[in-house]
Design a protein around this ligand. Structure first.
Ligand code: UDP
Length: 150
């Protein structure tokens, strides 16, 4: 089954919307398989956002993501990367449609509440950065018979 890495950023944790965010993925039918509240070290932030090194927003992004606890998660489901990116909405909340997380909860690109992997390859890389293999819980969700096409 496909997996992705999602993270409520420090702004989302401070605004106490972890539950709302989790609820959106749960009600869609996706499955939570790992989660933890944690601080992101500068070293981890540099690895996670390595592709943005040198961009004008990079230093502020590192400061922001290390400024307070994040809620890191692994979610599972068919096409989970594509589906969660849709539910999250465009990077800039000004462009994010109402009904998406960024469209509903925030105003600025620098405080856009949530991170979601943008491809299966980055999902694999990011899950490995944030979680040990034994932190991912494989379990059967019986209601899937009522969610997935047979
Ligand atoms: N970001 C920013 N300013 C920008 C572009 C990006 O602060 O002009 C931040 C923002 O928090 C974004 C993150 O950098 O979520 C990573 O950017 P990316 O383009 O990978 O967007 P995402 O995959 O998060 O939608």
């Amino acid at each position: 089954m496909d997996k992705t890495f999602l993270m409520v950023k420090p702004d989302g944790v401070q605004r106490q919307i972890i539950g709302d965010v989790v609820n959106r993925f749960e009600r869609k039918g996706l499955q939570l398989v790992a989660a933890k509240l944690m601080m992101v070290s500068v070293e981890l932030a540099e690895k996670h956002y390595g592709e943005h090194k040198g961009k004008p927003f990079y230093e502020d992004l590192l400061k922001f993501i290390t400024s307070g606890p994040v809620f890191a998660m692994v979610w599972q489901g068919e096409n989970v990367v594509e589906i969660t990116r849709k539910l999250i909405g465009k990077t800039n909340p000004m462009d994010a449609e109402p009904g998406t997380i960024r469209g509903d909860y925030c105003l600025y690109v620098s405080k856009n509440i949530i991170h979601g992997s943008d491809s299966p390859e980055s999902a694999k890389r990011e899950i490995a950065l944030f979680f040990q293999e034994n932190e991912i819980v494989e379990y059967e969700k019986l209601i899937d018979n009522w969610i997935y096409k047979s």
